[in-house]
Design a protein around this ligand. Sequence first.
Ligand code: FAD
Length: 503
Amino acid sequence: MDDRKIRKVLIVGGGSAGWMTAAMLSQALARDCAITLVESEEIGTIGVGEATIPPIRVFNQTLGIDEREFLARTKGSFKLGIEFVGWGAENSRYFHPFGPYGRNFDMVPMHQYWLQARRQGETAPLDEHAMAWHLARAGRFAHPSPDPRSVMSTFDYAYHFDAGLYARFLRTIAEQRGVTRVEGRIADVALHGETGFVEAVTMADGRRIEAELFIDCSGFRGLLIEGALKTGYDDWSHWLPCDRAVAMPCAHPAADPNPTPYTRSTARAAGWQWRIPLQHRIGNGYVFCSAFLDEDRAADDLASSLDGAALGDPRAVRFQAGRRKLHWNRNVIAVGLSSGFLEPLESTSIHLIQANISKILALFPDRDFDPATRDEFNRIAHGEMERIRDFIILHYKLTQRQDAELWRHVAAMDIPDSLALKIAHFRRHGRLIARELDLFAPPSWLAVHIGQNNLPEGHDPLIDYRGVDGREWLGRLRGAMAAEAAQQPMHGAVLAGLAPQPA
Ligand code: FAD
């Protein structure tokens, strides 16, 4: 029988994108398909990318990965959300929690009662109605409760991990499931004379590797999707002008070795600084705009603001916000940095790898490479990136900082219409527009609007019909959350308890 099944897949690149793809495809295409991955130690990987969002847990679970082993192998930690420092006004701070704020007790969303209470003089910030915030503030962690009556069921979590160790862990899984790894540098890409499809890659030592489907995980260089197919790039740097980062890990401070169970993003003069605590170190980096700061100065600023002793020299990375015009072009699908880049403000790049892998599986081609399947893939991928882009721009647009050129620029800049509509809608009545397939649900948007002081002018008219005073209920909610948080173990103790037990 002449089936049209794809029998050879080549994954180009062995960073997080390459090995995540290899691990998942080797599970899905267990029979009749040879999967090869090429990577070059000489070129190396980007070596950053350590904070994630909750869907990563679904990815790991689908691969059958045990959380305890995963955290031990990647020196990972738990993440309850992101603390934003100095993003609204210079000395302000707020928390973007994973999961909702408390839970609704009425048909009107809970935050409308919080806004009402605020108008009546209540001073407790919105943060205090999120279980994740209470745990984070106390440096504590426990898994969410399955009991919907408990406030401990009202949060979600993700991980911080060492990206290099994660790729190595996934490599072991992929190789056990039959993936062949080829070490070496690809020097040339051969295209079919008529179709323009990629036929093979040629290694620097002359080896030729053929395949039917190529997954481009080659990082920013986009060896196949751009180098060979000239797909083109939509530049978004007019909305997201940061184009550089310097990274420099440090040791945990001796005085407080408990890793904070959250990421911190601190606004700086020409960008922002990340702080990602792992078990063995803290990842730090300064994402900045080169129009307003040079690399040496950024490295000095970063080095002088670390919590502990620096571990190594600063490493610089350059990028351009935007996306490849097509994520799937001919028989090449781009996954990871080769498909585009959004700065890591909301830790979304690894998620976008996961999202493209899910779409590869949902829309897996045969050798006919139906253009309609490809178009559907690109349509979804473009929408996913645009919605995340808007959410990231929101953080810049809502700043009230006027102390540096970058902040004056982003506060005044034009923004996409899709985002302008969401901001205007929230300002009017405090309502949040949820779109199909939004990665960031209304509570995430709420966190940024309120956290950066974009307070609505009016309120939900429905609340005037309810005759309910939510203040007492909100007070009880805060109290229950604080009491629960105080009973949970310290994050460091949870991690120590997860370490594999000696036999
Ligand atoms: P890379 O890691 O660059 O891997 C490319 C691979 O291709 C390598 O194996 C390389 O050897 C191979 N290769 C390239 N050319 C050739 C060739 N000619 N021959 C053979 N092999 C070749 N994401 C998050 O989710 N959270 C974060 O907190 C986060 N922080 C980030 C901070 C910064 C400053 C940056 C720039 C990115 C961050 N990211 C983050 C994104 C994250 O790092 C990437 O999405 C992730 O690492 C995937 O990278 P990759 O595998 O696509 O590319």
